[in-house]
Design a binder for this molecule. Structure first.
Ligand code: MLT
Length: 266
């Protein structure tokens, strides 16, 4: 199995950023260089996306989490800050459930710990059928307007084009398999009160897929959480407002490093 990744910078703990659906590691381009000033940044293509191997059918979010643990093994990294956006967040929750000792801190962006509702699951099955029938274009037409703030759709054709290209590069098989893996994911709400690590939760103020009000509700259950809302952004604030996103994550990395040094000194 081949897992491809991009990386930049150096430092401990490293930061691993997991992309959303149906995107790939390119979505973290605005983070890779900017955050490499703070630490080593690693952005994998999750199985089935980017240049990584195709995913088996069916598969699960836990397989994706185990892939990330294997990547850390192969890079000889005992611990990392694990961050994920949306589907990447589902994988991040699963990573914490399965590999907590390897987690220095968590970043959860535009995501939720809940499993899908029965209605959500039925929608995924419909989408999976549509993608197999009409190709990945069907998913980009459906998702693009819902991912971005209306001002981004109107005035930032570069971002729209970049997202469309990532979505249409995903094969219908991978898209369908990821939809079903998300539909069958575990409920992670039980983890929220158990997370004993620094946690940064970020959401775009105009996110309609994981609305800020909903994210603030679940984030409250995480002890000591940093919760940040990014204005003029929707579901992909790292692309829509990269400077704000990078400032928040950069300051969180400093906080994690400081906490870690403090523990080591004790
Ligand atoms: C994502 O951005 O990764 C998706 O919106 C997640 C989902 O469909 O649940």
């Amino acid at each position: 199995m081949k897992l491809t990744y991009r990386e930049a910078g150096s430092g401990t703990p490293p930061l691993v950023l997991l992309h959303g659906f149906p995107l790939n590691s390119q979505m973290w381009e605005p983070q890779l260089d900017a955050l490499s000033a703070a630490t080593r940044v690693i952005t994998p293509d999750l199985r089935g996306f980017g240049a990584s191997s195709a995913a088996p059918t069916p598969y699960s979010m836990s397989l994706l989490a185990d892939d990330v643990a294997e990547l850390l093994d192969s890079l000889e990294l005992p611990r990392a800050i694990i961050g994920g956006l949306s589907m990447g967040g589902y994988v991040t929750f699963e990573f914490y459930r399965r590999h907590a000792v390897r987690v220095a801190a968590l970043i959860l962006a535009d995501t939720r710990p809940d499993a899908d509702t029965p209605e959500g699951r039925a929608n995924r099955a419909k989408m999976a059928d549509l993608v197999v029938k009409d190709g990945s274009r069907a998913i980009s037409d459906e998702m693009l307007p819902r991912l971005l703030a209306s001002a981004t759709v109107r005035g930032r054709p570069g971002i729209v084009g970049k997202l469309r290209a990532m979505m249409e590069a995903a094969t219908p098989d991978s898209v369908g398999a990821a939809l079903m893996a998300m539909a069958n994911r575990a409920d992670s709400r039980d983890l929220l009160t158990k997370i004993a690590r620094p946690v940064l939760v970020i959401v775009g103020a105009e996110d309609t897929l994981t609305p800020a009000t909903e994210v603030s509700q679940w984030a409250r259950h995480v002890s000591g959480v940093r919760f940040e809302v990014i204005e003029r952004a929707a579901h992909v604030p790292n692309l829509e407002q990269p400077q704000t996103f990078n400032t928040l994550v950069g300051s969180f990395i400093e906080h994690v490093k400081h906490t870690q040094d403090h523990h080591q000194a004790e």
